[in-house]
Design a binder for this molecule. Sequence first.
Ligand code: G
Ligand code: G
Ligand code: MN
Ligand code: NA
Length: 245
Amino acid sequence: FDAEQKIRYAIQNQLFTLHYQPIVQASDQAVVAYEALCRWQPEAALDLTTTEIIQIAEDSRLIIPLGYQLLELACATIHSLPKVFADGNVRLTFNVSAIQLNETDFVDNLLKILDDYDVKPDQFIFELTETALMVNPTESLATLQRLQDLGAEAAIDDFGTGYSSLSYLANLPASMIKIDKSFTSAESLTVQSNIEMVKAIVSIANTMNLQVVAEGVESQAQAEHLAELGCTLLQGFHCGRPTSL
Ligand code: G
Ligand code: G
Ligand code: MN
Ligand code: NA
């Protein structure tokens, strides 16, 4: 079986699951959100990284059924953990690929799934990369606006690695920027130009009234450095590994 067939089989047999990684406040480590990350059950024996699975699922458009299956899992988790999610202080961030975002019925299908689990759009933050947004920039903006009108938020994932313009970003209905690991990793922070980039991104985010998450935080020293640079939210193995909730 090739990788695509294995992924198709794993979707049909519901062998995918989600793990959740905390996004915390730098000031007091309080969890403000959990990012849902796709994982497969051991029985799936896929022998592929998540990055490979998502890439193959995007190329084959299997990301559409997989994405809805994962959204159902996320909703089931939110529904089953009212103490974590119900008071509105902790949100769930969910990665959305370009193919999903550009599907005509994406928002309608999404609302149907949320409704089935009695989950509200304002419990979600949808993570989109600049690259995904730029496939259909105008339509992406309209879709995010519709989600925002429903109460959901949007985060720009892997920020700094894409090709979107500042004028586009300024008009985007997003509430959060996630600075890519390539700027925030411990190794990157040994290079002055990366430090300056983090400062510049924080400055842009503050100007645009966006929250800033530094990704890839693996140590206390790195957490402190990123907080000093103005990153108020942190995510990474130091703050918490992706786990089942
Ligand atoms: O969790 P990990 O670092 O292995 O994820 C690898 C890549 O897969 C990341 O780019 C991440 O955004 C993406 N990814 C993980 N889970 C999902 C998901 O549920 N949907 C989509 N579209 N991408 C995901
Ligand atoms: O593209 P996106 O930012 O959604 O991908 C998130 C990925 O980053 C997940 O696959 C997750 O497993 C991974 N990740 C989370 N924390 C860390 C970290 O501290 N270090 C590294 N190297 N990867 C991390
Ligand atoms: Mn992400
Ligand atoms: Na990211």
